[in-house]
Design a binder for this molecule. Sequence first.
Ligand code: SF4
Ligand code: MSK
Length: 649
Amino acid sequence: MASKPFNPSDFVSDPASLQVLGKASSECIETCYDRMDLQKNQCKFGKTGICCRICHMGPCRITKKAPRSVCGADADTIVARNYLREVVGGCAAHSDHGRHLVLRLKKVALGEGGGYEIKDEKALRKAATDYGVIDSDRSKEEIALDLANLFLEEFMLQESTLRTLQLAPLKQQNVWKQTGVEPLGIDRMAVESMHRTTMGVDHDYHNLILQAFRTSLADGWGGSRIAMIVSDILFGSPSPVKSDANLGVLGDNTVNILVHGHEPELSEMLTVAASDPKIVDKAKAAGAEGITLAGICCTANEILMRHGIPLAGSFLQQELAIVTGAVEVMIIDVQCCMPSLPEVASAYHTEIISTTDMAKTAGATHLAFDSDKAIDSAKMLIERAIDNYKNRDPAKVAIPSEQSPVIGGFSVDAIKYMLGGTFRASFRPLNDAIIAGRIKGVAGIVGCNNPKTKTDSYINTLTRELVRQNVLVLKTGCAAVASAKEGMMRPEAALEEAGEGLKEVCEAVGMPPVLHMGSCVDNSRILEAAAEIVSEGGLGDDMSQLPAVGVAPEWMSEKAVAIGTYFVASGIDVILGQPFAVGGSDNVKKYLNEEAAQQFGATFHDCEDPHQAATKIIEILDNAREKLGINKKQERKLYDMKDRRELDV
Ligand code: SF4
Ligand code: MSK
């Protein structure tokens, strides 16, 4: 435990987390906040990227006295190599997620879907058109098979560049061609990057950074984009849906099941199984009032977006959710699931169930989810939770009351529909509002929480400030959960929090000032939105000209490094709440924070304070507006009868 008296309000900001972290402390349950305290003297070499253990002549560390490692690598090489490896990690995680979905789509197309089906034929036919798969007179299964095979090729391409890049604006594609960062197949990029960073291969920091940009594009415009497209085909494209967010969504008298991780195959079937009347009857027979299924982390975002299943919490609430004492099972798959979960759960009746053979956790029960018999597998998991309900100890239960209403489900098509209705669905009204100055610009605030900073504090402070200054905010990942808990994803938040211009736009169409666009792979939806704004016209012809920024305020994951990098590679400036681990190389830092602008039209900016970040973002948006010649707010003249009579004269 911490050496000074433990005060939860030093670590978390929302009242539900405050209450449960206090409970954890009084029950002597160790959480990531305690472990952060024990790790507080973190290695400066690691923080600045100048330690290398790629070969076993090392580990090597660069200092003033030892500016070169055993093999002769300098700080630039070591930092750039480490940075590239982080991008590979992020790209691999998102893209493997995408691959699993493509393989499922192929099985569905072959009639071996195991209970999954093509839910959104319109999304299938749109993707078929985008990728040039002939679609007339053919069944949806035939088209899906061609599309699945084409997507699988995107992973394997050895000699040609990703076809998914063609979804970007033409000028963007030309930038990538000229810079030599067009990725080949996704797997090829990951393997090549690992090869290039092994001992004795690529030592030129600039060459390594360009490979990081190239690999990140294989994520954002490759694996993540494919994951998003296939999810929409198989599970339906999201549209606005109402739900609630925070630990208060857990029921006092219901069987509480939390699903945590990233891949939607499992969570989709759990939503079906949890509403099966026979299963609900079983829960009632066990003495509960019913079943509460809720999500943690990005799985939460996936099932909120499509089904309105409540968000129990974000990454740093995964342990706290168990400490409520009211969770029968937590079902985990891949990514962001802490290895500490079984240890926390051992103090309560909660069972942690891992469900995929590629992601096991010591101390968890492993029950592999069989996607070929998905509904049976899902029912078995839920029945296990029902069986565990009798073991709940009422003396250990304390569920916070806090939960906030949230509207999720803002896919690009849903935003277009909100702006223009069925017949005029388009981004035109948004572009016009930006040109007229009612909306200053767009900020995509994404990424994780990190116990190095007070949870959600930076995210929410910055979001409020931007909304006040008429910036439309798009959100994914745990940053989205933070806004949902804060009540910023309700249409009423526009009336309460937004500047006059943004308020006017949100009020006219009934949308919140902060739009929930999904999970980590759905950052590709933000890129899709940016590309749509460009193609709608009036705001330049490439994404670097848009008044738009990306922000990763409380990031922690390699996936966030990949995301930030593909945003910058796509011409969108990125603000980081904590810097990447590149501070040990002036050259790498200079490239990322300055020189990248010459090649991609965007750079990274380190802003460890949310107010400083807001100032920087407004400056970036104002500069973009200035260059576009739209920097003066155009007043809208509302004519009254007297004015009209004068006009008639
Ligand atoms: Fe040290 Fe070079 Fe080996 Fe890295 S690759 S551990 S810098 S000797
Ligand atoms: S879940 S990667 S903590 S956003 Fe996607 Fe949240 Fe970051 Fe995991």
